[in-house]
Each structure stands twice: as C-alpha cells, then as structure tokens.
Design a protein. Structure first.
Ligand code: ZN
Length: 146
C-alpha cells in the first residue's frame, strides 16, 4: 500500500540516529499533557534523521501504547507518505516507569528495522532513550539532536 514508507534508520552503521530538537520539545510537551495516561507518536523523516512526529489522536486510554487503532495507523502512514516522509520510529511514554522497555514492549514490537523510543516522566526531568531491536532484544542506541 505504501511501498516506500518503512525507513531504515539503522541501515548505515556510521550514521548516528538524529532527532530534531523541536520535535523532542513537542514530544515532551504533549507527553506531559497526556499524563497520567500514556502518549504515543510515530516518528518520521529521512535516512537516520527524524524531523516530524505524528501523535495518535484517537488513541483510547490505553493499557499499552501500541494499541494503535488500525484505521488511524493507516491514515497516519498515508499522511506521512503524502508529506514525503518515511516512517523511522515509534515513541511512547512511560508515565511512571523508567525509560526501559517492558515485557509488553518486547512482545508488541513488530518493526525491528525502525527505532523504538521511550520518553519517561518517572524522574525529575523527562528522559528520552532510543533502542533498536537487535539479536532478540532491545539495545540502547545513541542519538543526537539536530
Ligand atoms: Zn513501554
């Protein structure tokens, strides 16, 4: 349906994952607004560089952030495609837990080529971490702001 939508942010080992500072600011603001519920967004851009986010607007009060409404996921990917971006990752918040993938996160993650982001509000400051599913587990990946 969207042949080129899936990006490969980790394809080039020498290119560090990047995320726009303004996107991070919005994610923190919107994630905080959603508290005490979880918040989730798709992350998009080009290559290894994330420059846009698409929050789930119709997400029900979720037990788990990955329960995207199927139609909304398709609609969001379609918008992303029209806007010329590729899908590079998924972010969700941990309102009260550290930014470490839970066992649910592990069993619900079906896009190993994408980046997996957790934004935690459990500490004094929001903490953002990026992971890659590699060799059967999540591995922490460095990223820089752009
Ligand atoms: Zn989680």
């Amino acid at each position: 349906m969207f042949p080129d939508i899936l990006g490969e942010p980790f394809a080039n080992k020498h290119t560090k994952l990047q995320i726009a500072g303004k996107v991070v600011k919005r994610l923190i603001a919107e994630g905080r607004e959603a508290l005490p519920d979880e918040y989730t967004a798709l992350l998009a851009g080009c290559g290894s560089r994330i420059i846009r986010h698409y929050p789930a607007v119709r997400a029900p009060r979720m037990r788990h952030a990955f329960q995207w409404d199927g139609r909304e996921l398709i609609a969001t990917l379609s918008r992303m495609h029209k806007e010329g971006h590729r899908w590079l990752g998924v972010l969700h918040t941990h309102p009260a837990a550290p930014p470490v993938p839970s066992s649910l996160d592990q069993t619900h993650w079906h896009y190993p080529q994408l980046s997996f982001w957790i934004l935690s509000f459990s500490g004094e400051q929001p903490e953002l971490r990026a992971y890659q599913w590699h060799s059967g587990r999540f591995q922490l990946r460095p990223f820089e702001l752009c």
